[in-house]
Write a protein that binds this ligand. Sequence first.
Ligand SMILES: [Zn+2]
Ligand SMILES: [Zn+2]
Length: 132
Amino acid sequence: MTRQRAAIVDILDSSAEHLDARRLLAEARRRVPDIDKTTVYRTIRRLQDLGLIDELDLLHYKHEGHFYEPLPDKMHLHIVCTGCGKVVEMRPEAWARVEREVETGSGFSIETARVEMGGLCADCRKHPAGES
Ligand SMILES: [Zn+2]
Ligand SMILES: [Zn+2]
């Protein structure tokens, strides 16, 4: 693995948040000062092709923004707050049942899943925008 590729995988592994390409680039430059934008973007694409990272649009709450995370070993769903953009991850117990039902109904063997839900988080529900 090249130094650049290792750096990007490590950034994604250690990040608690879902980073977009711009923030990934900023973080990569802190670690590898001579890294250039094209290399970072090409590396992201390559890691996707290799199935090592996943690209998310998180309901497009930031319009065209795409976010990256290491491919999860276990299915998790993303809940995006449409008010403040906060992203929460959950691994619902019921998911295994949903997968079995989908497999039975479709005849597929499910290997990957991506579920995104949106709504207002508890904070935004307490303090609706425009209310003082
Ligand atoms: Zn919120
Ligand atoms: Zn995630």
